[in-house]
Design a protein around this ligand. Sequence first.
Ligand SMILES: [Zn+2]
Length: 181
Amino acid sequence: MKCPYCEAENKSRVIDTTRDSQGGIRRRRECKKCGRRFSTYERVLRSTPLLIKSNGDREAFDREKLIRGIQISCAKRPIQAAEIKALVDRIETHLQQLGRDEVSSRVVGDMVIEGLKTLDPIAYIRYAIVYLGLDSLTSVRDIIDGLLGEQGGTGTGKGAAAPPAGPQSPGNVAEGAGAHP
Ligand SMILES: [Zn+2]
């Protein structure tokens, strides 16, 4: 640590340490050479991996964009903004905990879809239609049957609310999910 006044390197002693609400650590220091005081602030920099889209492009995780995409699926549904934000927080934290530079954007789409499944079935179906690229009534019915099966309802009992097929355009989930509600 360099003194900002006399530029002496590593000549400061810590006279006080405090921790702030964000978990950062603030150290009040005194330069042993010039005697002046300054503070340093240390905090964890969490980095979120880049998302690899299906076309191979890399894209930064964009929480606002993700929130907008999810909001469109949740339009007119009894879902609180806070619930959407909590879901996106979970996704962001999960990405950071992976500790990788890059991950498939499917990680995000899969977590959104799992999250919506527990939040609201209609929002889940809307998102699934876009995210999984469902393009027939049969495939949509499979999703619905899967949900009903899980709820112990009148579904076909497949118990497969899980996606019937892999996402067709996982890379586009961030922007694509909101494109057509
Ligand atoms: Zn100094």
